[in-house]
Write a protein that binds this ligand. Structure first.
Ligand code: HEM
Length: 346
């Protein structure tokens, strides 16, 4: 099986678990049967990061000969699938921590090979640094989790933001062919500073707001240099706008806004760009537009209760996320399966 198939498979599992969790907020059925919601959440977020996004990142670096061999990809996929299944059942325990360590070693090995490759400047150059920082954070999350759940969750969000800003967003930019001219360290410093401020604003201090604002400006510059279609440019503008608007407003650092922000970035610009590497051709424009509309509506419905109480409820998000999953599956199936009416692959 290829990286593309694994990326799509893990994406469907991630989205499927996400939809199950959304309906769980409405019905409470699974927790009533003894399931642990935190475990489901771990399974979901790890399937997304270990599986879908990592495989998609490798489809980009494969061009530079930096993806693992096909045997290593199968082994990695087996570890990621086992970790996802075990997270759902037992949460953070010795077997899932051991599998996660193995996965972190794969990541660090990939980062090490990248550093030694001495390639001309490219956006994926930031990945080794982000992965190393992420690997440093993992033991802190493990140690804090049993004692201080809120702090462990914040540290996990810092980890998620650092990987997003230094590994997966740069991979998406590289996949789109954006040129990189400025030093790697500048992107890493701004990305890590912005992540730290967005998750721990009171620790970083008031001047720390400069980091997200500088990172947002940096993103505008980077996106302005490439030849992107107007639609792709519009989709990517959601990144600097969300970062710059949320940075100075403490209310927008609260949990629902963070969850909406993560999902808007991952399901919107990141996956739409990486899809160009993963799918054999673009889906029908109507399906693509429906998908994007549902991404916006689903994430808006997460924060509506805070802004307009009574307008959106948990079931609205559950219905929208089910429609989103359906649209994504339809879009992928329409370009990957050989329907009798499908046009031949280009
Ligand atoms: C149909 C699509 C999706 C739905 C319905 C969905 C749903 C959810 C839900 C219900 C949560 C828990 C929120 C809470 O506790 O309030 C969550 C958390 C999360 N999701 Fe998703 N998700 C989707 C797609 C994705 C994708 C594609 C990724 C990444 C590749 C992802 C990454 C995450 C992360 C990192 C968290 C945070 C976990 C934490 O706070 O510890 N999700 N998602």
């Amino acid at each position: 099986m290829s990286l593309r198939v694994y990326a799509l498979g893990f994406l469907v599992v991630t989205m499927g678990l996400g939809v199950i969790m959304r309906w769980e907020f409405v019905t409470g059925w699974l927790t009533g049967q003894g399931a642990d919601f935190q475990n489901l959440r771990h399974a979901h977020s790890h399937a997304g990061y270990y599986g879908a996004l990592t495989m998609a990142w490798w489809t980009v670096v494969r061009v530079d000969g930096l993806a693992p061999s096909s045997r290593a990809v199968h082994l990695y996929a087996a570890c990621a699938a086992a970790a996802t299944a075990l997270f759902a059942v037992i949460g953070y325990r010795v077997p899932t921590i051991a599998l996660s360590t193995l996965i972190a070693l794969f990541w660090l090995h990939g980062g090490w090979r990248h550093l030694r490759a001495h390639l001309p400047p490219r956006w994926t150059d930031t990945a080794p640094w982000g992965l190393a920082l992420g690997a440093v954070l993992v033991p802190f999350i493990g140690v804090t989790a049993p004692r201080d759940f809120a702090l462990a969750r914040d540290l996990a969000h810092l980890f998620i933001a650092i990987l997003l800003f230094t590994v997966f967003i740069p991979a998406a930019w590289q996949g789109l062919g954006l040129p990189r001219r400025d030093p790697t360290w500048l992107h890493v410093v701004l990305a890590v500073g912005a992540s730290a401020f967005l998750v721990f604003p009171h620790v970083v201090g008031p001047l720390g707001v400069m980091f997200p604002l500088a990172f947002a400006s940096w993103c505008v510059l980077a996106l302005g240099r490439g030849r992107l279609s107007p639609v792709m440019r519009l989709i990517w503008l959601s990144l600097p706008i969300s970062v710059a608007v949320s940075a100075p407003i403490p209310a927008l650092h609260a949990y629902p806004w963070r969850i909406a922000g993560i999902h808007l970035m991952v399901l919107g610009p990141v996956l739409c760009s990486l899809a160009q590497r993963v799918l054999p051709r673009p889906p029908h424009p109507v399906l693509a537009a429906a998908y994007l509309l549902l991404v916006v509506l689903m994430n808006a419905s997460l924060v509506f209760p805070a802004v307009l109480p009574g307008v959106a409820d948990t079931w609205v998000t559950a219905v929208l996320s089910t429609l989103l999953l359906g649209t994504a599956v339809l879009a992928v199936a329409s370009v990957t399966l050989r329907f009798p009416w499908s046009p031949p692959p280009t």
